[in-house]
Design a protein around this ligand. Structure first.
Ligand code: SF4
Length: 409
């Protein structure tokens, strides 16, 4: 499955490529989640065992840049951001690729200017059945330029399997996220479907399953999150859960457990007959989400002064890495090394309030300073190396970067 993709060299980092290769060779089964120490003397950076471009992102980038290369003079559009990384999206735009919609599905370019033969690239998140139909009606061939990740398609297939057994599909995901909107559309074509965004909504849902809350409240509470004609009294008797591929693994497990337990209590079920009301399936998080979250958990066992997480602010998988780090130590979520203004100041994203903030004195005055570092699945390694170089510059140890690379080779 893990093939090598052709990704523009500017996204790669010689240092990180060497480290990843070495770690892979010595840990083929991916059992070791301890971070890699980059020892600069006064600065110690602990790099997570897994981070950066995943299968789906590399696949999407390869297809997009190949499409640009092979179609000079043709109009090339992206349905929306291809992945949630500002640099990659800006690079595609600089190659003449235009975005039809923003992340939330708002039209940026009117669809009626599309002509037969124009190219529309479908992003790694996939798209809705309605959108596929709309593009087909405009004479656009989408199959050839579809970068939908196979791990997202797996969620659609799981939904279909659950629907075939007459369960209602509960999708644990962010209702506005492209991937969840696409999954919802595929699920709703086969069975009554409902999106729940977090544990809070899962708890509320249990009140409708047990009948503790009047059914009429449901439609207001879950507005915009259920399929047309959803009948709350009939359609919460048999349910199955799927997940957006990038959710937090611990939340995902807790939500599935809660819903299963609710069914067990309501219908007096045992392990033998639980499937009468609850489709007992595994979660649909993708391998990259699991690897990157496990790597952060492993990284957090090292005592450090702060953590830096690099990635797009609208990236779901990156946000969850930030969430894990934040529980343990001061964490700075940045989308490039440019956010590190100096050794005194850093601009970083607070995903709770959805705004960038400036923090002063983020680097402690001590010896050595210990920093944990990771990035999301849509973040180029070159950006992480940029962060390493910037930090090394503050300690006048940039010359060590090259020595480190050689050591890993
Ligand atoms: S994060 Fe997972 S599902 Fe999303 S593109 Fe990467 S491999 Fe695919």
């Amino acid at each position: 499955m893990m093939k090598n993709f052709e990704v523009p060299i500017i996204y790669r980092s010689p240092l990180i490529t060497a480290i990843k290769k070495k770690r892979k060779e010595t840990d083929k089964m991916k059992r070791d989640f301890t971070p890699t120490l980059l020892d600069f003397g006064p600065l110690q950076i602990y790099l997570a065992r897994h981070f950066g471009f995943c299968y789906g992102v590399e696949n999407a980038i390869e297809i997009a840049f190949k499409t640009v290369e092979e179609n000079p003079g043709k109009k090339i559009y992206l349905l929306s951001e291809m992945i949630h990384n500002p640099q990659v999206n800006a690079d595609l735009q600089s190659h003449g690729v235009e975005f039809l919609q923003d992340t939330y599905g708002k039209e940026l370019i009117p669809f009626n200017i599309l002509k037969e033969g124009d190219i529309v690239i479908i992003p790694a998140f996939g798209t809705t059945l309605d959108m596929e139909k709309r593009l087909k009606n405009l004479g656009i061939q989408t199959e050839k330029y579809d970068t939908t990740c196979p791990f997202v398609e797996k969620v659609w297939n799981r939904s279909e399997a659950i629907a075939m057994k007459n369960y209602t599909i509960i999708i644990h995901g962010k209702p506005w996220h492209e991937e969840t909107r696409a999954t919802f559309s595929h699920a709703a074509a086969n069975a009554p479907s409902l999106v729940i965004k977090n544990m809070q909504q899962a708890i509320e849902l249990t009140h409708y399953i047990t009948g503790n809350k009047p059914a009429t409240d449901f439609y207001e509470e879950f507005k915009g999150q259920y399929s047309p004609g959803f009948n709350v009294e009939k359609e919460l008797k048999r349910i199955g859960v799927v997940n957006q591929t990038t959710m937090l693994a611990s939340d995902t497990q807790a939500i599935a457990d809660l819903l299963k337990q609710t069914m067990i209590s309501k219908y007096n079920l045992t392990a033998e007959n639980v499937e009468e009301h609850f489709a007992d399936t595994k979660d649909t998080l993708c391998y990259a989400t699991n690897d990157n979250q496990s790597a952060v958990t492993g990284m957090l066992e090292t005592k450090a002064d702060l953590a830096i997480v690099v990635g797009g602010y609208n990236s779901s998988n990156t946000t969850h890495l930030v969430e894990l780090c934040e529980k343990k130590l001061p964490t700075y979520f940045i989308n490039s090394e440019e956010n590190i203004l100096s050794e005194k100041e850093i601009i970083h994203y607070n995903f709770h309030t959805k705004e960038e903030v400036l923090t002063a004195d983020y680097l402690p005055v001590k010896h050595p300073v210990k920093i944990l570092l990771t990035s999301g699945a849509s973040c180029p390694d070159a950006l992480v190396e940029g962060v390493i170089n910037k930090l090394a510059g503050f300690f006048s140890v940039t010359d060590i970067v090259e020595d480190l690379r050689k050591n890993f080779q």
